[in-house]
Design a protein around this ligand. Sequence first.
Ligand code: COA
Length: 165
Amino acid sequence: MMNKKMNKKYYDSFGGDTTVVLKEVGADNFEEIVGLKRESVRFVGSPEYVLAEAYIYRSDSTAYGIYSGDEPVGLAVIRDRPEDGYPYSFTGLFIADGHQKKGLGQAAVEAILAKLRADGLRDEVEIQVHEKNEPALKIYRRCGFEEVRRAGWNPEFLVMRAKIK
Ligand SMILES: CC(C)(COP(=O)(O)OP(=O)(O)OC[C@H]1O[C@@H](n2cnc3c(N)ncnc32)[C@H](O)[C@@H]1OP(=O)(O)O)[C@@H](O)C(=O)NCCC(=O)NCCS
């Protein structure tokens, strides 16, 4: 069997106490990722919605399952092949019910940044976050994101950027 580190579809988190692994969503893990439990869909949609969004933006984005060891715990859609003139970004990040508040969200963002840094296509990552989403804001600020403006489509959302080089 292929070693995880040899399979480019796996990315280990490089930081923090909690290790998470990002694994591209495909036929082998679709069921376990679409089945992740989320009682509230506040700020981010259901797993079905996030995967549908990833499909719509498949020309430049990829859906990654977030794993704690072998256990699926979350999902994110990463714009990891941005078109010319666009920064890296990610959207749809969530940690499933029962797995939150254990440091996995922080580890997931660190893993995403480590993956994008290793890919090396861009110097910056841009995300949008609701001004009242305290857990997410805490994570992003700790990971070096700073507000650059309010979102044009809804000023309740902050546009934040982090340098990764
Ligand atoms: C944001 C999210 C991914 C964080 O995941 P997580 O695994 O719980 O995050 P962590 O355990 O790394 O916690 C990060 C910080 O937020 C705090 N936190 C997490 N959930 C919280 C909650 N419901 N209320 C208050 N604080 C909370 C943690 O205590 C921690 O702070 P600390 O280290 O000072 O204690 C998760 O809450 C989530 O899925 N939210 C819904 C979707 C969403 O908002 N996604 C982000 C869109 S931009």
